[in-house]
Design a protein around this ligand. Structure first.
Ligand code: FAD
Length: 382
């Protein structure tokens, strides 16, 4: 045996799993096809938003609070600033179902504040709002520095004894009652269990998941601030702007404070269609897309240059129901998978590391991820 647990894919989830496993004293051998922290993974592009109760896609989930504790722990153990506590803001029409639901949620306390348009303008002068608009602010949540967080978790895993095989993809995983056999870079490795977190390359490595985890293209863009002081994390929380009259979340935009000290990230929550998994990421973004983003930016924010100086095109694994696939993989004994985080997984990655480490060492799937097995898709068809 080369290790107790092999971790395949040291991106967002895999690095956190390796950190948790190594911290618990487990002998870990971790595989990454690129270098650790590569821009082509789903963690690429500077930062990820952490919405807690105000999460636009899934609503609050029990994993998020644990994730926040673990992000704080990762910061402390690594000594790096990884979690920027800007708070989060949702802005939308006061008549919309979403905003009405958020106002009800805020009525229960929970650290949520409802702001009318005048108060929103006073506190956040960069946001363009009218009398029909309402904002809900949550003092928890903010921005995660995603690539450094992946690197920090992997480094901590290394300090606790995890070993790494980088620069070669795992090309074969075979398993049985005695353990798992993996091939990478022309060598064969053996482990008792494998935690497999291949992100957008899931269908390549685990073809049986191809019908359930597809790869989609997403894009982020950065817009220079005229006065960067208005866009610091203290004055400009991560936000989602609901689109008037549109029910689909795809019409919504989100943004982040100026983490680089000079520019704001502003991007559509939706994706730009299916693509085949690739390690040659095409960074071209169509002019028509940029034009639509510009128009939306002009309606939503003031004080930003109206052309993006930076664009990051990325990919991510998506499932049909938007929830990830987590747990033991049917038909592959001793293999645990986590994939298909569908554009919203980074905020819970720290907690997912703990969940995956727990499944690998105890064999038990915790309540928080019960029901996320790939078998749910077969059950839905029958
Ligand atoms: C543009 C964009 C914006 C997003 N915004 C947010 C946000 O604001 N908030 C949020 O919470 N989430 C957000 N997400 C989603 C979040 O980033 C992802 O859900 C999360 O990063 C997925 O983690 P993962 O571990 O599944 O994939 P990854 O982080 O991509 O990790 C997969 C790893 O596996 C490696 N790998 C794959 N195949 C092999 C192999 N055969 N052998 C060895 N290594 C392999 C890859 O190289 C990679 O390192 C966003 C995603 C994108 C793309």
């Amino acid at each position: 045996m080369d290790a107790d647990v092999a971790v395949v894919g040291l991106g967002s989830m895999g690095s956190m799993a390796a950190w948790q496993l190594a911290a618990a004293g487990t002998d870990v051998l971790a595989f990454e096809q690129f270098g650790i922290g590569d821009r082509r993974t789903a963690a690429g592009g500077e930062s990820r938003a952490l919405f807690r109760a105000l999460e636009p896609r899934t609503g609050p989930t029990p994993l998020v609070d644990r994730a926040i504790q673990l992000w704080e722990q990762l910061e402390e153990e690594s000594g790096h600033s990884l979690y920027v506590r800007s708070g989060t803001l949702v802005i939308g029409k006061r008549s919309s179902a979403r905003m009405r639901a958020l106002v009800d949620l805020a009525g229960g306390g929970r650290g949520l504040e409802v702001l009318d348009h005048l108060e929103t303008r006073r506190r956040y002068p960069a946001h363009i709002v009218g009398p029909d608009d309402l904002a809900v602010f949550e003092n928890q949540g903010g921005a995660l520095r995603s690539e450094p967080a992946v690197v920090a978790a992997a480094r901590l895993a290394g300090k606790r004894g995890a070993r790494f095989v980088t620069g070669h993809p795992v090309t074969r995983i075979e398993s049985g009652p005695a353990g798992v056999t993996l091939e990478a870079g022309g060598r064969t490795y053996r482990a008792r269990k494998a935690v497999v977190t291949p992100g957008l390359w899931t269908s390549t490595l685990l073809p049986e998941l191809a019908p359930h985890v597809v790869t989609r293209r997403c894009a982020l863009s950065w817009w220079a601030a005229n006065d960067p002081a208005l866009f610091t994390p203290e004055r400009f929380p991560c936000f989602v702007r609901e689109s008037a009259g549109r029910a689909r979340s795809g019409a919504e935009y989100f943004g982040m404070p100026a983490l680089d000290g000079s520019s704001v990230k502003f991007a559509k929550l939706d994706t730009y269609g299916l693509v085949a998994p690739t390690d040659r990421l095409d960074q071209y973004l169509e002019d028509a897309v940029i034009e639509t983003d510009r128009a939306r930016l002009r309606e939503s924010l003031t004080g930003l240059h109206d052309y993006p100086h930076r664009i990051h095109v990325a990919m991510e694994g998506f499932t049909a129901d938007g929830a990830p696939v987590i747990g033991p993989l049917p038909g592959r004994e001793n293999v645990i998978v986590a994939a298909g985080f569908s554009g919203g997984g980074f905020r819970i990655a720290s907690a997912m590391g703990e969940v995956l480490a727990g499944i690998a060492t105890s064999g038990t799937v915790p309540e928080s991820v019960a029901g996320l097995s790939v078998e749910r898709f077969a059950a839905a068809r029958s």
